[in-house]
Design a protein around this ligand. Structure first.
Ligand code: NA7
Length: 534
């Protein structure tokens, strides 16, 4: 302990991504002493790490940006409808500088544990750099998609070429020119990077286990007039976003899918298709609850996609047959399906012949061997709980959060955990975060936490802690909502289904962003019903 630096603060914020940066800002503005820790060498979180070619947000840039500062909103110019990773990172760096946040954050420092002292209700936070900080509040903003998943492929270490995970991409980038590349994974990260890698590599093999639904982004540069119009309409855009199901200013069609005529339906799908991306899954309000409604969307999508792929056998492999459209997050792409019309691209069907393992020369499947110079792992994340699991959180009675959540995460409103007073996990299980615009959702969570802190301070109270009954009720509520949704039936990371050994539990709250906002706001206004305030 002699080498540790001891400090005492009001709040420790874990992570300097979108939620963490705003948490540092908001709590500091409220007069708290705040200490942030970030494993990366700079701010940005997801947008710091995921530097693979083609990385881009699937929410429009004008909406995927902070609303807390009107000046920021008016000053910042987005160059494209859907921003690239470098531009979003530049924006987050700008926010860190503009609001002078860096001096509160220690970079290159990963929080390894947080331990409650039950007598004082203070937490001791430790880092891998040997720091030890005493704090009243712990605000975890480690991100629901931050713990990269590298499957345990047999012999991966023996591969003589280079191996890169999309979520741990080198800062200097990679030149695939003249190389034979294998991409494993066809989620967002694979689908976004594949067209760019194909454009460079001599030969690209795409190893697909499960086909995904992807929709063209319809990305375009923003001109001055469009930007000006967007900025002028911000009050309305934001109001509609806060009142929406997903945190962006779009509404579902005012009829159920099968109540609309065939023509009407096709027009509604076409309009969403042109908007581009993920919102296609919410064209009709019943699309994610009713299979017949979903089928109409799926058929529209299949026709579009078959239309751009030259080889009909390849097209059949690229069309999902195991889940409803939107039951996994729809991918937003730029030229994905067209990539399979290139001579240098080959789709490898792992459903028919799974990967056996790697060797020095490449990848072996049950059907054959592929000689490669580079392997790209676009294999996703141990999502929602993976990053918290790596952090040892020890609450009342010495209980770890990992043990407490062994059968699946249990929270009250996504924000409170019984046995863990003054500990807040932002944008995690029990909240709609990953189904919504993450920026507005982060603001919602941070504001709620900051208001709770102010509430305690106004009353001279020391701690807020979820009551076990409230947790049990919320877990039930989340389960019930999931049961009526088609999302519950897909093998997605929403359920931990992508990670061997994870319990199969639908983790996000499925009632929609605005409904969730109403619920947590009402709880705060009622004097934190369901929480014990000491
Ligand atoms: P995803 O969406 O979890 O995709 C991971 C992909 O990797 C998916 O196609 C997986 O196939 C595949 N995968 C994972 N493990 C293996 C193994 N062992 N063998 C073969 N293929 C495998 O992660 P992304 O990074 O693309 O996107 C995550 C989110 O980020 C996304 O939803 C957006 O919200 C942003 P599977 O489907 O499991 O058969």
């Amino acid at each position: 302990e002699s080498t540790t630096i001891r400090a005492s603060v009001d709040a420790v914020v874990v992570g300097a991504g979108i939620a963490g940066l705003y948490a540092v800002y908001r709590l500091r503005e409220q007069g708290l002493t705040v200490r942030g820790f970030e494993a990366g060498s700079g701010p940005g979180g997801v947008w710091y790490w995921n530097r693979y070619p083609g990385a881009r947000c699937d929410v429009e840039s004008v909406d995927y940006s902070y609303s807390f500062s009107e000046e920021l909103q008016q000053d910042w110019d987005w160059s494209e409808k859907y921003a690239t990773q470098p531009e979003i990172l530049a924006y987050l760096e700008h926010v860190a500088d503009r609001f002078d946040l860096r001096r509160h954050i220690t970079f290159d420092a990963r929080v390894t544990s947080a331990t409650l002292d039950e007598a004082t209700l203070r937490w001791t936070v430790r880092t891998d750099t040997g720091e030890r900080v005493s704090t009243r509040f712990v605000v975890v903003a480690a991100g629901p998609l931050s713990n990269a998943n590298t499957p345990a492929f047999h012999g991966l270490d023996e591969f003589a070429g280079e191996v890169h995970h999309t979520a741990q991409w080198p800062h200097e980038g990679i030149d695939f020119t003249g190389k034979r590349v294998g991409v494993i994974g066809t989620g967002s990260s694979g689908i976004q990077s594949i067209p760019l890698i194909a454009g460079q590599a001599e030969k690209l093999f795409v190893f697909q286990r499960t086909a995904n639904y992807s929709i063209p982004a319809g990305n375009a540069p923003l001109d001055d007039a469009t930007r000006a119009a967007q900025k002028a309409s911000y009050p309305e855009r934001r109001r509609m976003s806060w009142e929406s199901g997903g945190g962006s200013p779009h509404r579902a069609y005012p009829k159920k899918a099968l109540e609309a005529s065939e023509q009407e339906r096709a027009a509604a799908y076409e309009e969403r298709w042109q908007l581009g991306g993920v919102l296609f899954s919410k064209t009709f309000p019943d699309q994610l609850t009713d299979t017949a409604a979903n089928d109409t969307a799926r058929m529209f999508w299949e026709d579009k996609v078959r239309g751009v792929i030259d080889d009909s056998a390849v097209a059949e492999l690229l069309i999902p047959n195991d889940h409803a459209i939107g039951a996994k997050r729809i991918v937003t792409d730029s030229g994905y399906y067209e990539t399979y019309n290139r001579d240098n691209v080959e789709l490898v069907d792992l459903k028919a012949a799974p990967i056996v393992g790697m060797d020095a020369a490449g990848i072996a499947t049950e059907a054959g061997h592929y000689d490669l110079d580079a392997i790209v792992l676009a294999t996703g994340f141990d999502a929602m709980t993976g990053s918290l699991d790596k952090l040892e959180v020890i609450g009342r009675g010495g209980q770890t959060l990992k043990d407490k959540w062994a059968a699946g995460p249990q929270t009250y409103l996504g924000l409170g955990i019984d046995g863990f007073p003054n500990f807040f996990n932002l944008t995690g299980p029990g909240s709609p975060s990953v189904l919504a615009n993450m920026v507005l959702h982060s603001e919602l969570h941070v504001d709620w936490v900051a208001d709770a802190v102010a509430y305690l301070d106004d009353r001279g109270a020391s701690a807020i802690e979820a009551e076990p009954e409230a947790v049990a009720e919320w877990v039930d509520e989340c389960r019930t909502r999931a049961e009526s949704s088609l999302l519950n039936n897909a093998n997605s990371w929403y359920l931990g289904a992508n990670i061997p050994g994870r319990p199969r539990v639908f983790m996000p709250f499925l009632g929609g962003f605005s409904a969730y906002r109403d619920i947590i706001t009402e709880v705060a206004e009622s004097g934190y019903k369901g929480f014990a305030v000491r």
